[in-house]
Design a protein. Structure first.
Length: 125
């Protein structure tokens, strides 16, 4: 399996998390996840495109002016990949939130599941 397959999936994942409009988000979620794809982290456990888009919209509302960025290389084998990420302020470059995700890919290269871990969160979040 090509490393590019994992990098492509993670790029699409970040496109979904960084989409700023409902329409762009829905399109990006459909490109990144299978129809029954899931996302689970300490704060969310959802499946399906509508629920995924709603979780992402909630994060965007909580952190306006921030972008999700990669924090290192994507590491993958078989149908599983892992990668670190940060939520970075566009204004000052601060990154109050960081984590590590593990994704499972479907045969078509889209994500079937995400298991997310939060490594750094601001107090009170």
């Amino acid at each position: 399996m090509s490393a590019n397959r994992y990098e492509t999936a993670v790029t699409r994942y970040f496109e979904a998390w960084n989409a700023t409009s409902d329409e762009a988000r829905a399109k990006a979620v459909a490109a990144a996840w299978t129809e029954d794809g899931s996302y689970t982290d300490p704060l969310a456990d959802v499946a399906g495109h509508e629920a995924l888009a709603a979780v992402i919209a909630g994060a965007r509302e909580q952190f306006p002016g921030f972008a999700f960025t990669s924090a290192g290389a994507v590491d993958g084998h078989h149908d599983t990949a892992r990668f670190g990420w940060e939520l970075v302020s566009v204004a000052d470059g601060s990154a109050p939130v960081a984590g590590f995700d593990v994704i499972t890919l479907a045969e078509d290269g889209r994500i079937s599941s995400v298991r997310g871990f939060l490594d750094r969160v601001p107090a009170g979040a």
